[in-house]
Write a protein that binds this ligand. Structure first.
Ligand SMILES: [Ca+2]
Length: 287
């Protein structure tokens, strides 16, 4: 069975074991004579599946890879047409006409949109920025894209953030941002942001701030929301992190959305250069 993230039942597939192999000849599933048919490979049938992984294919379809303790090992199920699912929502008083609006979640950043996985090999459409508490620019400013298929969390490339410390031993920051226009806020003011993050083994960052800002036509800030909790920065491996940011209801003069990912290090030394790594940024707009 599969569901939308709001709990709505979408569909089900598969073959029950008994339907797959017919009735138990001895009416005893634990007798060896009844046990044997389970070792046949039956389409749609997996027994005791414990490690499902869902992924999106290059054809846009959704695939489920799942183990099968009973039979023939891992298998793949294709969930055809999931990308065509739409959610419609509307409100109205009893007896009135309710007009439904499409509120299907919209991907606005992912590996194929806005270079969310750095796979283009360049920063665009992201821009790097650096901030120090003292206001004196950091001597080293070296954020960019690194190609290393072995190290990258997704694909072959990742974003590497690099900045030297603040001249007064306070906070230094290195971040990237991108501005996105053509966002229809009637489709939702909440944004689910997911990414994979990793810290440098020596002179790592302290943490990462995730920020969504709505802007007007003069690039003035209408509102700004940041992640409520901080991701774990591990030097040993990539950590997958997800948060949901919701803009306030009133968005007067809204023209574009800014997504910002910002590493920082407190108590930094101007003699040190700090590094952190980011990959597989995905932002989904939703109700
Ligand atoms: Ca990548």
């Amino acid at each position: 069975m599969h569901f939308l993230d709001n709990g709505l039942f979408v569909g089900q597939f598969g073959t029950p074991g008994r339907a797959a192999v017919g009735t138990y000849p001895n009416n005893n599933p634990f007798a060896s004579t009844d046990y044997i048919p389970f070792y046949q490979a039956v389409p749609g049938y997996c027994g005791n599946a414990m490690s499902p992984v869902v992924t999106k294919g290059s054809d846009g379809e959704t695939y489920l890879y799942v183990n099968d303790e009973w039979g023939y090992g891992p298998r793949r199920c294709k969930l055809s047409g999931l990308q065509a699912l739409r959610e419609y929502q509307g409100t109205g008083s009893l007896g009135s006409t309710v007009t439904l609006a499409d509120v299907t979640p919209v991907a606005i950043i992912d590996p194929a949109i806005k270079n969310g996985s750095a796979e283009s090999g360049a920063m665009s459409p992201w821009s790097a920025f650096y901030i120090t508490s003292s206001g004196t620019p950091a001597a080293t400013q070296g954020t960019g894209v690194v190609s290393d298929p072995v190290f990258a969390a997704h694909g072959d490339k990742y974003f590497k953030f690099k900045v030297s410390g603040d001249s007064t031993n306070s906070r230094t920051q290195a971040g990237i941002f991108t501005n996105i226009s053509n966002i229809d806020l009637t489709r939702g003011k909440s944004f689910t942001i997911s990414f994979q993050v990793r810290n440098a083994p020596v002179n790592g960052m302290q943490n990462l701030i995730t920020m969504i800002t709505s802007l007007n036509s003069a690039n003035g800030v209408i509102s700004q929301v940041t992640a409520p909790t901080s991701p774990v920065l591990s030097t040993e491996s990539w950590t997958a992190y997800q948060c949901k940011l919701t803009l306030p209801a009133a968005q007067p003069g809204f023209t574009q959305l800014q997504v910002r990912m910002q590493f920082y290090k407190d108590g930094s030394s101007p003699a040190s250069v700090y590094e952190g790594y980011l990959d597989n940024i995905q932002v989904i707009q939703r109700q």
